[in-house]
Structures are given as C-alpha cells and as structure tokens.
Design a protein around this ligand. Sequence first.
Ligand code: FPP
Length: 262
Amino acid sequence: MGNSPDVDNQTDPSVLLDPQRLPRHVAIVMDGNGRWATRRGLSRLQGHQRGKDSARTVVEVARDLGIPYLTLFAFSNENWQRPAREVNFLMALLRRYLMTEAKRLCKRDIKLIVLGEMERLPASVREVLEETMRVTAGNRSMTLALALSYGGRQEIVRAVRSLAREVAQGKLDPEQIDEQLFASRLYTASLPDPDLLIRTSGELRLSNFLLFQLAYTELYFTDTLWPDFGEREFLNALVAYQSRERRFGTVPTSGVPARAAN
Ligand code: FPP
C-alpha cells in the first residue's frame, strides 16, 4: 500500500519509534477476517476467531507503549445485515472475549467503554459489557473503546437530535452550538479525536467510522489482513505516523505540529 513508507522487513520497527511522539488516540478498522479465512479454505468464522487474537495483541502493545486511547471498530451498524449465523458468531465471540478479558483489562489498568447502540446488542452481550465497564471504570492507564453497532452518520444524527430537543425545550440557544458542544453529544465525548486511523486489508474507505472525529486524523492503510496484524505491523503503523507532518490546515512550522496532537 503506497500511503506510507513501510519499514523494511529486516528492521525492528521498535528501534525507529520515538516514545515521546506517540499518538494519544489510535482508532482501527479491523478488516479482512473473512478474506484471511477464505484464502486458507477456512470458514469466515475462523477468520473472526483469529481476528480476536489480533485485537488482544494490539490492546496489550498499545497499553505497554503508553498510548492512552485505543478504539477498535468491532461491529458496524451495517454488519447486522450479515447472515444470522455470522452475526450470532460475532456476538458470541465478543461475549467470550469480554468474559476472558475482563481480568486482564483490570490487571493492566485498562478501562472499557462502548461507542454505539448498545441497546441493539443481545442482552447476554450487553450484560457482560455492562459488567466489564463497571469493573474497569476506575482504570486509568488506557481507555479501550469498542465500537459496537456503531455508525458515524447515525452518531451525528443522534447528536443533532439531542441538541434539537434542548432547543425545542427552550434550554439551549442555537447560537450556543459550537464544535465543542456538538462533540460532547457524540459517543466519543470522553475521548480526544484520533491522531491515527489504521485500516487493514487494503480497503481505502472510512466505512462510516468516526466521521466527525477523523477531520485531522492521519490515515494509515495496509494490505495486511486483520488476523495477520500483530505487534510488528502495529509498530510499523506508529513509525509511519511519526514520519508525517501534521499541519491541521496551517503552514509548516519547522517540523513542530501546529497544535498539540488531539
Ligand atoms: C471485518 O472483517 C471484521 C469484522 C466485521 C468484525 C471484527 C471482529 C473481530 C476482529 C473479532 C472480534 C473482536 C473483538 C474485539 C472481540 P470482514 O469480515 O469484513 O472481512 P472481509 O472484508 O475479508 O470479509
């Protein structure tokens, strides 16, 4: 994928990484589970199974590096239209992941939050999610946001509705609505905007992910399929991020970003 000078295969990307200039928030579209499986003559479900392991690896590497926010796009609004067997499998996988991961999240001081329509998830998944969020709520080293039943346009419409309701009730003057107030009504209200978006599997799309929040985010696309995305690939993405000059619409200032990355 030509968007970033990838580190050659011989170099250990960790030696190229500047620990002082890590992104605060990395968001990932975990794509390619189905293709990974099909190419091996396996069922798509086995691809998702392996995708879960990549998610675990990336969470642990991000946490160990000291990246404070990580968002994983685990299930989109559109994913409900997949065959029931696949949807059911993904829900069961998510439930198992949470059940086995809750302890690890606590041990590693990671807080879990959810972005999306939690109410659409099966009760069995919702219960485990709520419990995991409850037991990890006080954790501070990293926030892991799982985007579940999430869609960027729906999120924006929901925020508009919430503001419109307050205007209609006479509680809010439309002139008071600015970017900050709007952002406070998004699922991501407690998160800074992503500094880096990673999408695996060679697809060059946003697919309705964090449409408002990605305005100044650096985009990194890789052909690697999600189940093959491990520590090395994650570090490559971070090295590529550090090679970018972030200008936020202004002119270059001797290599110093025009505003603090957020
Ligand atoms: C996209 O691959 C992936 C998904 C729709 C689901 C993402 C889920 C996981 C990575 C596993 C579970 C994760 C957690 C955090 C428990 P695809 O099926 O669209 O692949 P394709 O484009 O090759 O068909």
